[in-house]
Design a binder for this molecule. Sequence first.
Ligand code: HAM
Length: 426
Amino acid sequence: MSIQIPRGTQDILPGEVELWQYIEEKAKDVCRRYNYHEIRTPIFEHTDLFQRGVGDTTDIVQKEMYTFTDRGNRSLTLRPEGTAAVVRSYVEKKIYGQPNQPTKLYYTGPMFRYERPQSGRMRQFVQFGVEALGSQDPAIDAEVLALVMSLYEELGLKNVKLVLNSLGDKESREAHRQALIDHFKPSIHEFCDDCQSRLEKNPLRILDCKKDREHPLMKNAPSILDYLNEESRTYFSQVKNYLDQLGIDYVVDPTLVRGLDYYYHTAFEIMAEGEGFGAITTLCGGGRYTGLVEEIGGPSTPGIGFAFSIERVIMALKAQEQAIPSAPQLDCYLVSLGDAAKEKTVELLYQLRSAGVSADKDYLDKKMKAQFKAADRLQARFTAILGDDELSQGKINVKEMETGEQREVELTSFIDYIKEKKVGGK
Ligand code: HAM
C-alpha cells in the first residue's frame, strides 16, 4: 500500500508555492517598514514551556499538543504557537538587556495542533506573527494592529473586520472572574463537561464554548467591560483613540475571549468575509500579555503580538477572487541539435545563470520539436537554438517567443545579449 500524507497536513507544490512566497515576502516587507526583526526558534520545545506559557486549562495544552518523549526521557512538544517560544528566547538570551528597546520581533514557520482537520483548520499550519516586548504604551498596541491591517490591505483583502476587546488588568480580570463564577455556578450542571471543569479554573473560557453557545446564561453573562478598573478603562480608550487617529476601523466585542491564557488588556481577532469561505473566518488573533515573561523566568515585561496562518489568508484571497501571482516565467530555454551543441549548452546554461538569467535545457534527450514544446510550457521569454553547424560558426539563434522575432547572435556575445534583453524587457 502506498504511503499517504498525514491528516491535516498538506504538500505545497510549485504553482501554489509562489502564492506562499508572495504573502511571506509582503509580510516581511511590512515588518521591515515597521522595524520588526526576524527571530527563528526551534520547532520543538520542552513541554513545560507551553503548559506554563499557553496555559494548562486551554484546549491547546489539554487536547491539541503533539507531545513526545525523546530518547533522553525528556518531554518535548512540537510548538502549537509562536509566542511562548519567542518569550523563552527573549528571556534565555536576555534580549531585554539589549540597547534597542522595545524588542520588536516577527517570526514565521510551521505550528502543530492536533485538531479535527477541516477547511482552514490544519494539524500543521504556518503562522506569521509579531511580538513587541518591553513597552506598555498603548501606541504600540495600535502599531501592531496597524501593521497587520496594512499587510491585509496591501494583499488586497477586502471586508476585513477588526474585533477588539479589553480583558483588563489583573485586578479587573479577578473581579470579572468572580462575577462569572457567581453567574454560572448555580446552573453549571446544565453545561458541558469542559465548562464544568473550567468554572473554577478559568471561567472566562466558558464564554468561548461552542457547545453551550445557545445556553440562556451565555447571553447575559457579566461583561468584562463592566469590570474594568479605572486604569484598564483608560488604557483601552487610549488604544481606541490611536486606532481612530490612524483611521483603522474596529468593533468592540466584550464577548471576545482568546483561546490562550496569557492575555491582559487588549485582545483582538481579525475576521474576513468571503463567499464560500466556510465556517472559519478568523484570520488573525492576538493581544497584550503581562505575566508571560515572568512566568517563563524573566523580569516582569509587558508584550503584545498577533499571529495568523498563511493558510487562512490564502483561503480568504481565493474566496475573494483576488489576483494571485503565478509562477514566474523562465528567461531563456536552450534547445540543441547534435552532440557537440548539446555539450556546449551545459556551459552556456551555467554562464546564463551566473549572469542572473533564469534558464534551463532538456535533460531527457528529447527531439527538437519536444524541446520547443518544453520551452513553451515553461513560458520561456527567449528560446536559444544551437545546432552543431551554428556552433562551428560561433553563432546561436535566439527567438523572442512573444514576437516570434528571430536573430542570429555571436556566441561570444550571447550571454550579454540575453542579459540586456532581460533587463530591457522588464
Ligand atoms: P491563536 O488564536 O491560537 O493565537 O492563533 C492565531 C492564528 O493562527 C489564528 O487566527 C489562525 O489564523 C491561525 N491558526 C490557529 N490554529 C490553526 C489551525 N489549526 N489551522 C490553520 N490556522 C490556524 C496564537 O497562536 C497566539 N500565539 C497569537 C499571539 C501572538 N498572541 C500574542 N502574540
